[in-house]
Each structure stands twice: as structure tokens, then as C-alpha cells.
Design a protein around this ligand. Structure first.
Ligand SMILES: [Zn+2]
Length: 329
């Protein structure tokens, strides 16, 4: 009898749900609108129904599903299966998502941070398939992080470890949304990248981005990368800063867990080799001279499914290590 696992990635707009087997094959996928305003109870009901639909589509009995993995924005409590505070999901604070969903489907479950789940997805089935030690940065509005050390996902003492976006790379540097100064997120996230370009424009610097801002009333990270690639000096300076910040963070991580691989994920990797080559070059320039480091920096390969795939993988891992929480507990 085969074992199957659900993976769920909770986002502010959509919930992605996948049904996978224990070899990592995805059998079915569904994306449901989160509909935040309807509240968490409605979400549990709708996602449970979606899971039942996937089972029916694949002609799989519910008793063959051994676990559900849920990835959610943090902070959260893994042991209680409870969300704590979610900026983009008002009304979901303190909701016991894991026990509620698990009870509804009568299947044991685990809850984890969405960046951790995405990292585990890439480790299990994506860019990190052949390594045992990797670090992942998800570059979006903020920067999410995940660390796999010796084949195990790092959670820390209170489940909020691996918040790699808030590693400080500049003493007394830019103010981050978290309240710290100098976090890598304040420099190298899509928001940080755009903000640095905007500040240079506001200071009166010449740039082809000025026209974009005039027409659209705002800038995006894509604008900055496009104009840098076209040779605009200001945009290039900003992208170099982004690459340098990511490289410096990679240097720091190399000294912490010595990963074989740093995986970059998220919307910003659409900038392609242009960004990747800059990060790699900057890494080797900034890394110590004591020995040549063979660590690779690569892009993620699973795209927007990484979180849901990883959540299913975390359910499988918990099943194999007897770490699943019984249905409804
Ligand atoms: Zn921060």
C-alpha cells in the first residue's frame, strides 16, 4: 500500500495544495483563493474540500494519506500548530490552523514556516536534490530564509531560526521593517532594491529610470534590473549593491554551516544570469583568502510550487521520524 501526503502553501492571495507520493511525484495540484475576509474557519473548510476533490480525482483513499504539511507565513508555533501574527492575513492571528485542518480531514499534520517549506521543497525535489547542506534565500517583498544542515531543516529553539532576511550586513545601516538597522532585506529584497533606486533618483541623479517613474508614478525591481541590463549607470549601481548584499550574506552563511549550495528563489531571479553572475563574482571577491571555496550559488528550480511540494516533503519527513501530530491535537 502506497503512502501519500498533502502539501499546502498558505499565501495572502492563494493557497496552493498538492498531493504527492513518497517518492516525490506530484499527483495533483490545486490553487484556491485565500479569501482572507471570510476568515480562517472558512479557509479550513474550503481547503479540506479541495483536498477531498484531489483524492477523488486521483482515486486515492483518505486512509492512504499519512500526513498533511502546511507552510504558512510566520511567526508561528510548530508545537501548538498555531499561527501567531500574519501581516497580510488579518483575522488569522493566533488561529490553530494545524489542529483545525487535521481534525477536519482526520489526517495527522505538521505546520512550518513557508520559507522553510520552500527550502525543504528545493532540497527534496529541486536545486538541492544532490546535497546535504544548503541555504536558501527567497527574494520577494522581504527575504525569507531556510537552512538545511546535514540533511535536517534548522528551526532553532523557538521555531523562528533561519530568518536570514534579518541578518545584519551593515552596522548602523538602512532601517528594516523589523526595526533593526542594516538587515540584508533592507538592501537586497525587491522592496529594498527599488527603494535604493528611488532614493538616488530623489537626490537628483540622472537615470533612464526617471522617465519610468514619471510615467508610472512608481518603480519596480524589474524596472531597475531591466535598465541596469540596458546600461543605465544608476540602475547598475543599485543592482551591484543588491548582488553585493546577497554575496556578503552568503559569505556569512558559509562561515556558519558551510553549505555546499546557496539557492536563490523568488520573483527577482527572473533577472536571470545577469544577477546570478554578479552575486557569484561578488561572493568570490568578498570571501576569505584562506582557501578556495567550492560552494555554488544557483537559482531555485521548482518555482511557485516549492512551498507546497516542500510542505508535503515535511509531512513525509515527520511521518518517517514519528513527528506528525495526531489528527486534531
Ligand atoms: Zn530586518
Amino acid at each position: 500500500m502506497e503512502n501519500y501526503f498533502f502539501g499546502m502553501d498558505l499565501g495572502g492571495t492563494n493557497v496552493v495544495i498538492v498531493l504527492m507520493d513518497a517518492t516525490g511525484k506530484m499527483l495533483a495540484r490545486r490553487s484556491e483563493p485565500t479569501k482572507v475576509s471570510l476568515g480562517p474557519a472558512s479557509l479550513v473548510e474550503r481547503t479540506a474540500d479541495a483536498c477531498k476533490t484531489l483524492l477523488a480525482e486521483c482515486k486515492i483513499e483518505r486512509s492512504n494519506v499519512k500526513g498533511i504539511g502546511i507552510g504558512s507565513p510566520g511567526p508561528l508555533s510548530r508545537s501548538q500548530g498555531r499561527l501567531i501574527k500574519l501581516g497580510n492575513l488579518p483575522g488569522f492571528d493566533n488561529f490553530p490552523l494545524r489542529p483545525e485542518l487535521s481534525r477536519r480531514l482526520a489526517v495527522p499534520a505538521v505546520l512550518d514556516n513557508d520559507a522553510n517549506a520552500a527550502c525543504w521543497g528545493e532540497f527534496w525535489q529541486g536545486a538541492g536534490k544532490n546535497v546535504r547542506d544548503m541555504v536558501m534565500f527567497t527574494l520577494g517583498t522581504g527575504i525569507g530564509g531556510g537552512i538545511v544542515c546535514d540533511g535536517t531543516l534548522i528551526h532553532g529553539s523557538d521555531d523562528n531560526g533561519a530568518e536570514l532576511g534579518h541578518l545584519v550586513i551593515q552596522m548602523g545601516g538602512r532601517l528594516c521593517t523589523c526595526g533593526q538597522h542594516g538587515c540584508v532585506e533592507a538592501y537586497a529584497s525587491a522592496t529594498g532594491t527599488t527603494a535604493r533606486a528611488q532614493e538616488l533618483l530623489d537626490a537628483g541623479r540622472d537615470s533612464s529610470l526617471a522617465q519610468v517613474y514619471q510615467n508610472a508614478g512608481k518603480l519596480t525591481a524589474k524596472d531597475v534590473f531591466d535598465h541596469a541590463q540596458a546600461g543605465d549607470t544608476l540602475a547598475l549601481e543599485v543592482v551591484d549593491g543588491t548582488a553585493q548584499a546577497l554575496a556578503l550574506t552568503s559569505v556569512n552563511m558559509r562561515h556558519v554551516t558551510e553549505p555546499e549550495l546557496v539557492v536563490l528563489a523568488g520573483g527577482m531571479i527572473n533577472a536571470g544570469d545577469f544577477l546570478l553572475n554578479k552575486v557569484r563574482e561578488s561572493f568570490h571577491k568578498q570571501m576569505w583568502a584562506l582557501r578556495h571555496e567550492s560552494m555554488e550559488i544557483v537559482y531555485a528550480t521548482l518555482g511557485e510550487n516549492a512551498g507546497a511540494i516542500g510542505a508535503a516533503g515535511l509531512a513525509l519527513y515527520a511521518f518517517e521520524h514519528d513527528q506528525l501530530y495526531d489528527a486534531g491535537t
